[in-house]
Design a protein around this ligand. Structure first.
Ligand code: C2E
Ligand code: CA
Ligand code: CA
Ligand code: CA
Length: 278
């Protein structure tokens, strides 16, 4: 009827306004993307400052969209999170990163841990530990070559996080705190949690040369990490000046455009081959 037609229109109009139709559309596209293998992992190498050696790789997801080209994670991870699709997508990420890393090891190309980003939803899944154990088993990757990046927001419930992290840690994997300094401000958990590494957030690193406060924060995080016997890595390092500052402040590892942007696995292999023949 005319009346219900008008209602539908109003519902449609409202949904358009809140963006929920776009979200629904993206949700079904994401489902299709997972089925059709449209996701790809890019890898960004992490470098030891003193030696220039590659000491790790962070896996970063890309959506190779059939018409829109490469879609960056910030454009679809929030929808994947909200819909719960981040769980199967995140499982694909772990599996693929383990598979790729094992392949690089078997080919004698690289023997370093691969880091994957865990989402809150994944972290809250009771079956996460078994799933990861299973993926390590299937791919044959030794657990110490997988590093799980969590964020401070996942550690708000200290008891849950401690239990959960201990279980993951018992698998033999490594655990890093990503975007360190941007979240939950209590530092007391740092010594309680079984973590291996702090990743200093890009937002602090960005302005270390111009903002004395950021420089002080970064220097303090590095020193604190050393006191707690944690590894520390600075993210988003773009310039030689930033590198020099970090080196002077005894930050041993860096990740950022200065060394390499995230690139696909073929480009990583080219990089590794060219460094080998140097
Ligand atoms: P993140 O984990 O903090 O990843 C680092 C981001 O910084 C990456 O963006 C990387 O490309 C970018 N980056 C690296 N070096 C530099 C630099 O020197 N300068 C600047 N300006 N940026 C740099 P990307 O790949 O777009 O990823 C954005 C975020 O999306 C990630 O932030 C992470 O939170 C999320 N993400 C990426 N892949 C996954 C995934 O597989 N699962 C989940 N749950 N989240 C992911
Ligand atoms: Ca990360
Ligand atoms: Ca980060
Ligand atoms: Ca960040």
């Amino acid at each position: 009827s005319k009346e219900s037609g008008k209602n539908n229109y109003q519902v449609f109009n409202q949904a358009m306004k809140t963006g929920s139709l776009q979200k629904l559309k993206m949700e079904s596209e994401l489902r299709r993307a997972l089925q059709n293998g449209e996701f790809e992992l890019y890898y960004q190498p992490q470098m030891e400052v003193s030696s220039g050696k590659i000491v790790g790789m962070e896996a970063l997801i890309r959506w190779m969209h059939p018409t829109r080209g490469i879609v960056p994670p910030r454009e679809f991870i929030p929808v994947a999170e909200e819909s719960g699709l981040i769980v199967p997508i995140g499982e694909w990420v772990i599996m693929e990163a383990c598979r790729q890393n094992k392949k690089w090891q078997d080919e004698q190309l690289l023997h370093v841990p691969v880091s994957v980003n865990l989402s809150v939803r994944q972290f809250l899944q009771p079956s996460l530990k078994e799933k990861i154990a299973n993926m390590l088993e299937i791919t044959g990757l030794a657990p110490e070559y997988l590093d799980l990046e969590i964020t401070e927001s996942m550690t708000m419930d200290v008891d849950f996080a401690t239990t959960n992290l201990l279980e993951l840690k018992n698998l033999g994997v490594q655990i890093s705190i990503d975007d360190f300094g941007t979240g939950y401000s209590s530092l007391s958990y740092l010594k309680k949690f079984p973590i291996d590494k702090l990743k200093i957030d890009y937002s602090f690193v960005r302005d270390i040369m111009s903002d004395p406060n950021d420089a002080a924060i970064v220097a303090t995080i590095i020193s604190m990490a050393h006191h707690l016997h944690l590894e520390v890595i600075a993210e988003g390092v773009e310039t030689k000046e930033q590198l020099t500052f970090l080196d002077r402040n005894r930050c041993n590892h860096i990740q950022g455009y200065w060394f390499s942007p995230p690139v696909n696995s073929v480009q990583i292999e080219e990089l590794l081959h060219s460094r080998r023949s140097e």
